[in-house]
Design a protein around this ligand. Structure first.
Ligand SMILES: *[C@@H]1O[C@H](CO)[C@@H](O)[C@H](O)[C@H]1NC(C)=O
Ligand SMILES: *[C@@H]1O[C@H](CO)[C@@H](O)[C@H](O)[C@H]1NC(C)=O
Ligand SMILES: *[C@@H]1O[C@H](CO)[C@@H](O)[C@H](O)[C@H]1NC(C)=O
Ligand SMILES: *[C@@H]1O[C@H](CO)[C@@H](O)[C@H](O)[C@H]1NC(C)=O
Length: 361
């Protein structure tokens, strides 16, 4: 009888060095923060005074405000933050983990499905920041492997100088007055936009999409680009529903959420890499991001249960037309996500143009 070596034996014969336990990880007891934020600040200064963060987003300057605010609050700490689309950041994190050269401390992304996978690989620090239990329960992993730090989502947005009354429901975007005025992010370029189209078309059918195409929307890369274009007085673009600007936009921008249609919200996830070179800097940042002080200053819903929404909006949990916990399940089903992306590619083509961080829009 010919003995065929099984996978176990081939692997055993090779020297596999892996820093990560992908089986059970029976060593996951979290560190529970018990210092004040000023004590953590001291530790972060002593460690070198820097924290390297990779943050999801689609314009390079999107976290400049956070950098200024954090560095002003904690002098001599550098927030070395790099924004790129989450779907590009995550593959580069994977490479760092695979090659053992982890130099990123904190990872704050829209690709929610990466976090359970990274945790299963043993790549994430289990750490409960101060105020951990103030985070909405469904937004926090029970051992502190990750937690939401801000709520993102899409709304109807329009330029009030170009449009007297903006859309309030997804049927409204089909009105004749919005022909040639819609500017939308390719659903086959951003999974959170894809989720919006998925929810809309499950509710309103494929016919809705055919009618949308007849409106001749302008398709763009990045979810900030529609806001840039509709804000410009020299652009015909006036209306979008694939962007978010928070709950307190500038006066010239109209904002609405559907009540019959379903809209997308999700908690942007943050985690500290177990092998982060600056764990104290990362802890300082995460404690600050979750602090009541910072959460109360945001123009969106808070991830904390004890901070109410700005602008007189109801709490997220009391809004029937969105479920901030739905996006994770959508993201986890990669096979369905890929099939949906190809469905839209067939209808509107591949996303055109440079990465939204490299184009000039
Ligand atoms: C504070 O937390 C650290 C790290 O988790 C732990 O080693 C220490 O014993 C804790 N101290 C107190 C007073 O609980
Ligand atoms: C920041 O660094 C400067 C220069 O080393 C020093 O004079 C100052 O005391 C430091 N501030 C804090 C709050 O550590
Ligand atoms: C800052 O972040 C960039 C990009 O992640 C990285 O290449 C660089 O080494 C970091 N700088 C320091 C001083 O750690
Ligand atoms: C429209 O105006 C913006 C500045 O608001 C400018 O950057 C852009 O180049 C202009 N576009 C055209 C097509 O003229």
């Amino acid at each position: 009888m010919v003995r065929i070596p099984t996978l176990c034996c081939i692997v055993a014969a090779t020297t596999i060095v892996s820093a990560y336990d992908t089986t059970f990880g029976f060593d996951g007891e979290p560190q529970i923060e018990n210092r004040t934020i000023d004590e953590i600040y001291e530790a972060a200064l002593a460690e070198g005074g820097i924290v390297t963060v990779w943050h999801g987003g689609d314009e390079t300057d999107q976290q400049d405000g956070l950098k200024q605010e954090f560095e002003a609050r904690f002098p001599n700490i550098t927030l070395n933050i790099t924004v790129d689309v989450s779907k590009y950041h995550d593959g580069n994190i994977d490479r760092q983990l695979a090659t053992g050269g982890v130099y990123v401390d904190s990872v704050i992304l829209q690709t929610l499905h990466d976090y359970p996978r990274w945790d299963n690989e043993g790549a994430l620090l289990h750490y409960l920041p101060l105020d951990f239990y103030s985070i909405q329960p469904s937004f926090r992993e029970i051992r502190g492997a990750w937690y939401g730090v801000s709520v993102f989502g899409w709304s109807f947005l329009w330029n009030k100088n170009k449009v007297s009354e903006g859309p309030k429901e997804f049927e409204d975007v089909l009105k004749p007055e919005f022909k040639d005025k819609l500017v939308l992010t390719y659903p086959n370029d951003d999974d959170a936009v894809l989720y919006a189209f998925d929810l809309i078309m499950q509710q309103y059918g494929y016919e809705w999409f055919e009618k949308l195409l007849a409106q001749n929307p302008r398709w763009v890369r990045g979810t900030a680009t529609p806001v840039t274009l509709l804000s410009q007085s020299n652009s015909t673009s006036a209306v979008s529903f694939t962007s978010g600007v928070g709950l307190t936009p500038p006066d010239s921008i109209g904002l609405a959420f559907p009540t019959k249609g379903l809209f997308v919200t999700w908690p942007q996830r943050a985690a500290i890499l177990k092998d982060a070179p600056h764990p104290e800097g990362a802890k300082l940042l995460h404690n600050y991001l979750l602090s009541k002080e910072h959460q109360s200053s945001l123009s969106s819903w808070s991830v904390r249960s004890d901070v109410s929404a700005p602008g007189g909006y109801a709490d997220l949990a009391d809004i029937p037309s969105t479920n901030p916990n739905g996006f994770e399940g959508f993201m986890a089903n990669r096979e369905r996500v890929e099939r949906l992306k190809l469905f839209f590619e067939d209808k509107i083509g591949t996303p055109q143009g440079l990465s939204p961080l490299k184009d000039d829009l």
